[in-house]
Design a protein around this ligand. Structure first.
Ligand code: SF4
Ligand code: SF4
Ligand code: FES
Length: 259
């Protein structure tokens, strides 16, 4: 069964823009991205939209639909009342390039700031061994499709551009957590302190575990419960561990004597 829906789609660029109204045909089984494609094929041939897979796997078609951050290709039209006006706007936390396309380079910059996995010394390819429990734990985080909906939703940056330099966002704090809990990561042996970096370089302290990032993740990754909270716990445990405290104190004394 087909019907006519009313859409409002944000049109514009970095200099400004606004919502444009369209009446458009919707067919049974369609998703919001189908409707955007129909608009491109009919009333708005120059409408800019980013997409690739139409299967919820490439992470390109992120936008806000009726104000909620979602993948356009995974949002069925059947979830809306046919009489409802459907508003599609670009992700709010990132600068607009044109129409529904945003500049997500903030995320790539943050990805580059996370030190890579360091293979354990003396262990050859094919000789890596870890417990299934540890595999399962990090595997959840590897489901990330880098849609950046969590980054877009996190209130730390959504309305606070000024926090971006100091805050990696949930997706990349999750990456830090993944590496920090990886039993084979040997970064510490190369002088990389992931827990210290989580706090000092990636802004872990800005996160107040509201779980908004988890709510919008299309892969249903429990970002807050399984990555951010355990990372916070490990950082705090380390800070208040009496042996670590004693070690730091001795090191500080040593430096004072050398000076
Ligand atoms: S839980 Fe933390 S990272 Fe996630 S949205 Fe809330 S403040 Fe941001
Ligand atoms: S963690 Fe989820 S919401 Fe965030 S980028 Fe990955 S898939 Fe998207
Ligand atoms: S087009 Fe690939 S996730 Fe939507």
């Amino acid at each position: 069964m087909s019907y006519q829906a009313h859409f409002k789609v944000w049109r514009g660029d970095a200099d400004g823009g606004g919502l444009a109204g369209f009446d458009v045909t919707v067919n049974e089984g369609e998703v919001v991205l189908d409707i955007i494609h129909r608009l491109q094929a009919t009333a708005a041939p120059d409408l800019a939209v980013r997409w690739n897979c139409k299967a919820g796997k490439c992470g390109s078609c992120s936008a806000e639909i009726n104000g909620r951050p979602r993948l356009m290709c995974m949002t069925r039209m059947s979830v809306f009342d046919p009489a409802e006006t459907i508003t599609v706007t670009p992700m709010r936390a990132f600068p607009v390039v044109r129409d529904l396309v945003t500049d997500v380079s903030y995320n790539y910059a943050k990805a580059r700031e996370v030190a890579s996995f360091v293979p354990p010394p003396g262990v050859g390819p094919g000789e890596y061994r870890m417990r299934q429990q540890d595999v399962d734990r990090v595997q959840e985080f590897r489901k990330c499709i880098e849609c950046f909906l969590c980054q877009n939703t996190c209130h730390v940056v959504r309305d606070h551009e000024e926090n971006k330099p100091a805050f990696a966002g949930p997706r990349f704090l999750m990456r830090v957590a993944e590496l920090d809990m990886h039993p084979l990561d040997a970064a510490a042996e190369t002088g990389v302190d992931r827990k210290a970096a989580a706090r000092a370089e990636h802004g872990l302290g800005y996160c107040n575990i509201t779980k908004c990032c988890t709510e919008v993740c299309p892969e249903q990754i429990k970002i807050t419960d399984n990555a951010l909270i355990p990372l916070k716990e490990r950082v705090v445990d380390r800070s208040y561990d009496p042996l670590v405290w004693l070690g730091n104190k001795i090191r500080r004394r040593g430096r004072e004597h050398e000076a």
